[in-house]
Ligand binder design. Sequence first.
Ligand code: ATP
Length: 239
Amino acid sequence: MTTATPLLKVTGLKVAYGGIQAVKGISFEVRQGELVSLIGANGAGKTTTLKAITGLQNVAEGDIEYLGRSIRGQGPWDLVRQGLVMVPEGRGVFARMTIAENLQMGAFVRNDDQIGRDIENVFGIFPRLKERRNQLAGTMSGGEQQMLAMGRALMARPKLLLLDEPSMGLSPMMVDKIFDVVADIYKRGVTVLLVEQNASRALQLAKRGYVMESGEMSMSGDADQLLKDPKVRAAYLGE
Ligand code: ATP
């Protein structure tokens, strides 16, 4: 892979649930070292797109290339092993395990002696998790569970981190905290594809952005240009 090769390249992706076309032939890419935001209303097909990339949903047509090679048809575990890691909508923490155990689970694909050190790194990013390391994940607040889900994903040492609506359902203070952490993770060198309904915050953070509408990619460009665009402002920024 040369530096010009995108880390992730999606071409003509179509995904259907039975007869319902949820994703209708979209193309986009994420380059090494970028933070790219994918915004769109409820039901636009954003989650379906992430599921198709991570092998959780069948692809009807099109291709997905990661690190310069097609990954279409590969399963989620293989992809995590290659550094393609998703934090799902709704967090998906293991409710009956402690925070520390959840973080250990994140390292399931690894077989090295750095796991303990990486857990300490995650505690450095999220001191709250360290304070509560022995608490059951299911008893934590939504914001804390989001932190844990992100910490667990970092334990897999992602090259590309896919975040599905990390700010959903959180208090304004927690939303600030989560966006700060996304920026921090990105500054540490992880390439990020951020799916958000909070278009304003997502585009402020990103270098480039894509807008999805009814299963299609309706706009794309530099995030600051999208933020200024009257159509984006009217549809997604409540103006
Ligand atoms: P949200 O922000 O609400 O998650 P989204 O942009 O992520 O929205 P998707 O969840 O990808 O959108 O949904 C895209 C379309 O596919 C919607 O019309 C939705 O109803 C439909 N859909 C999603 N999951 C399924 C499923 N398992 N079976 C049938 N239809 C589904």
